[in-house]
Design a binder for this molecule. Structure first.
Ligand code: PLP
Length: 386
């Protein structure tokens, strides 16, 4: 199989996991910002990007911020999270989902994944509520773009009167019951980091149906100035607003989000088809109640196989192809070793640990050609002797 791409021009170029894809519209909005000298963390691109994102996701209201992490931080503050509070959060995620909990001196409690969607396990969540009946908030992640079991999770949280913050950093464009992820919780967040489905190089968005919450996020993100002519402050603010230049990139990208989602879904379908005859490989699960944006296509290797995730990643890297491990669960991180964790299983091994041990994130760059895909698939199949 390794001969397939050797006689193509693409062989000289690295195949990426998920890199930015620009279209030209971005530059038009950025040029406008320069021409009008709106080179600041405010301006028409910021306002328009918020309005356009709110229209796209039907989230209600949106505040453009400097990162997804900043959006989670402000979201937690708006939900009243403070010193000593307990916050439940998915364990199988990127550290940005839970770091802001610690910024506020609150205590993350990690909830295991379930095998059906790889997201927060409702069963483990119930167990957590038994021990900690009054957490201040629950942070639910939609991993790799697959919607979580929102119906079950929201019901549990409503029963306990605890607000949900949806970390939809990876799932912009994904829907559940026909509605966009990020719009189910009291607050949702998106990320526009360089590797996400659309990017502003760096950026994020906080969304909510409640206009007052979003307005407060804008205030806190611009140093919390009181409405007075002189510089007066009644609370501590942050410098978290999105720049008008970067919002221009976001506006251009948003015009192409549907296309990006289509291409990501096609990549997932291509892998699924290519490995359909192999019981050693399973693709990351989807949620039948939703439509994933398939931000990253991931595979797991059947337990007991002699092929390990490291072997797959090494074989791809040798051919200048980028892949990546599954996020290492937060409850296994040295920095969070003192935090409590609730397992989906009764056994010692958690679901998130098992996915981490057997999984690989495959190249999911929307600029990948069919020749690229054949090369990646060929390398993986060959490892398994196919
Ligand atoms: C990328 C990401 C974030 C953080 O977003 P930034 O814009 O990089 O700060 C948060 N949560 C998850 C699950 C992410 O993948």
């Amino acid at each position: 199989m390794s001969t397939i791409a050797n006689d193509t021009m693409n062989d000289k170029r690295r195949i990426y996991l998920s890199s930015p894809t620009m279209h030209g519209d971005e530059q038009r909005f950025v040029a406008e910002a320069f021409d009008t000298n709106w080179v600041a963390p405010l301006g028409p691109n910021v306002n328009n990007f918020e309005t356009e994102m709110a229209a796209y996701t039907k989230c209600g209201y949106a505040a453009a911020l400097s990162s997804g992490t900043a959006a989670i931080h402000l979201g937690l503050k708006l939900l009243g999270v403070g010193q000593g509070d307990i916050v439940f959060v998915s364990s199988l995620t990127f550290s940005a989902s839970c770091n802001p909990i610690v910024y506020e001196k609150a205590q993350p409690v990690f909830i295991d994944a379930e095998p059906d969607t790889w997201n927060m396990s409702p069963r483990a969540l119930e167990k957590a509520f038994e021990k900690y009946p009054t957490p201040k908030a629950v942070v639910v992640v939609h991993l790799y773009g697959t919607p979580a079991k929102l119906d079950e999770i929201l019901k549990i949280c409503q029963r306990h009167h605890v607000p949900v913050l949806e970390d939809a950093a990876e799932s912009l464009g994904s829907t559940y019951d026909g509605k966009h992820t990020g719009t189910f919780g009291q607050i949702g967040i998106y990320s526009f980091n360089g590797n996400k489905i659309i990017t502003t190089s760096g950026g994020g968005m906080l969304v909510s149906k409640e206009e007052a919450l979003v307005q407060e996020a804008r205030t806190l993100s611009t140093q919390a100035r009181d409405p007075a002519r002189h510089y007066q402050h009644s609370k501590i603010g942050y410098n978290y607003r999105m720049s008008n230049v970067l919002a221009g990139i976001g506006r251009g990208q948003l015009m192409h989000l549907d296309r990006h989602v289509q291409l990501k879904r096609a990549i997932y379908a291509r892998y699924q088809e290519a490995f359909a005859d192999m019981d050693e490989i399973a693709m990351n699960p989807l949620n039948p109640r939703g439509e994933a944006n398939n931000w990253l296509s991931c595979m797991t290797i059947k337990e007991g196989s002699s092929v390990t995730p490291n072997l797959v990643m090494d074989a791809l890297e040798t051919e200048n192809i980028e892949s990546r491990p599954i996020w290492k669960p937060m409850h296994l991180q040295p920095v969070f070793s003192a935090c409590d964790f609730f397992n989906h299983n009764e056994s010692d091994t958690s679901v998130s640990e098992d996915i981490f041990a057997r999984g690989v994130c495959l190249p999911s760059d929307i600029k990948n050609t069919e020749v690229n895909m054949e090369k990646i698939i060929g390398i993986v199949r060959q490892l398994f002797g196919k």
